[in-house]
Design a protein around this ligand. Structure first.
Ligand SMILES: [Zn+2]
Length: 40
């Protein structure tokens, strides 16, 4: 797990992937909000 700062609420969060520079990282709650809707 990697520590990252949520790009939305600014909370410290743990992500299972290594945060990529230039890309927003969201905590669990914000991830749910920002996750794009499925197109299938
Ligand atoms: Zn957040």
């Amino acid at each position: 797990m990697h520590s990252a700062k949520c790009s939305d609420c600014g909370a410290e969060t743990q992500v299972p992937f290594k945060p990529t520079e230039g890309r927003p990282v969201y905590c669990k709650e914000c991830y749910q909000k920002h996750r794009p809707p499925r197109r299938y």
